[in-house]
Design a protein around this ligand. Structure first.
Ligand code: FAD
Length: 320
């Protein structure tokens, strides 16, 4: 038996979420006294692949096939299933990001596996196999028993501490058996924001809500983010109004993030927003309404008008 962790490549690199997944996989493999195998599909350099061992992989499988440049549910899930079968992996791990959310159910069908998404922490017990996840937008926990021999878990993003090891691992070429009919979709256009810090990877996030009063007032927020080396985010009405791009929307229906520091600027703190950011280590809120619910979850709160507070924050960040 082994554990297979699917480690996606983004622009030739691995992201923080991949290293988080491997750190989790390492701890789970130790708990079950088994081997952790990392699987990557698509083009990347050997140096990058070697980093997978530094975060816990015992073995690295890699397919350099050009056709893996774009995510295709059918082809990728088939390839992951074949790798799991070849390595007798009874547990397959993926990050609970858009890739994992898309691939876990499809892979579950191929492997006839029990699938649990958004798992947090190591299993409470392994016989029976019980995992935990947040439910009701983080207000409660569910403990789920996974029956059956094969299991697939997606790990909630930013929920497990990254640990580096001094391991090395062999890199093996993996050639899945796929034909052209397995590649069913083709992305014809992608609007990439390559110069930006990836929201789900960021240590600091500066986020704006309707209190920012319109897209024309976003420049100071972006300046604060730039000074702090932070990613930018927003509440749902802001992306609905097209003040900011949809990929910045955080919350129940957007991205779930857990940075070390989250700035909520002009955000009321509705339950659906907080559901996406409550995992942040420290929340700083700026709002002119002292009764705004965001202050109930914030570690630091500033009651004031953003027009005055934001320039001061920028100056303070520059001076720090
Ligand atoms: P508002 O609620 O309008 O708050 C604006 C805040 O700015 C106020 O607190 C105000 O006091 C403050 N403010 C105004 N002017 C200033 C100023 N000059 N200086 C300082 N502060 C100022 N929302 C999400 O964000 N993410 C989600 O994923 C999400 N999913 C949802 C799913 C469902 C099913 C539903 C029903 C709703 C969802 N929502 C989500 C919407 C959510 O309920 C709130 O409506 C939304 O989060 C409010 O956004 P906001 O805080 O930007 O705006």
């Amino acid at each position: 038996m082994s554990i297979l962790a699917y480690t996606p490549i983004r622009d030739g690199q691995f992201t923080k979420l991949t290293y988080e997944l491997l750190s989790y996989g390492r701890a789970l493999a130790d708990q079950l006294s088994t081997e952790l195998v990392a699987l990557s599909l698509g083009k990347t350099e050997e140096d990058q692949l070697k980093t997978l061992a530094e975060y816990g992989a015992d073995k690295i499988l890699h397919s350099n096939d050009d056709r893996f440049e774009q995510l295709d549910n059918r082809a990728f899930s088939k390839a992951i299933s074949q790798a799991a079968e070849k390595n007798e992996a009874n547990i397959v791990l993926m990050a609970n990001d858009f890739t994992g959310k898309a691939l876990a159910p499809a892979t579950g069908v191929h492997l006839k596996a029990g699938v649990v998404s958004g798992v947090i922490g190591l299993p409470e017990s392994t016989d029976p196999f019980v995992v935990k996840k947040k439910v009701f937008t983080g207000k409660a926990f569910a403990r789920i028993q996974v029956k059956g021999e094969r299991k697939i878990f997606t790990l909630e993003t930013n929920s497990y501490e990254i640990t580096q090891t001094s391991k090395e691992a062999a890199i093996e070429t993996f050639e899945p058996q796929l034909d052209e009919g397995d590649f069913t979709t083709k992305i014809i256009e992608e609007d990439k924001q390559t110069d930006k810090i990836l929201l789900t990877d960021a240590d600091i996030v500066v986020s704006g809500g309707r209190g920012m009063k319109g897209p024309e007032h976003w420049q100071p927020l972006e300046e604060l983010a730039e000074v702090l080396g932070a990613a930018t985010a927003c509440s749902r009405p802001v992306s609905d109004e097209k003040w900011r791009p949809e990929e910045e929307h955080v919350g129940q229906t957007g991205k779930i993030i857990a940075p070390n520091l989250y700035f909520a600027l002009g955000i009321s703190g509705a339950i659906q927003h907080v559901a996406g950011v409550s995992g942040s280590k420290t929340i700083v809120a700026v709002n002119n309404d002292p009764e705004a619910p965001i202050f109930e979850v914030a570690n630091y709160g500033i009651v004031g008008d953003l027009k005055e507070v934001l320039p001061n924050l920028i100056e303070a960040a520059k001076a720090a």
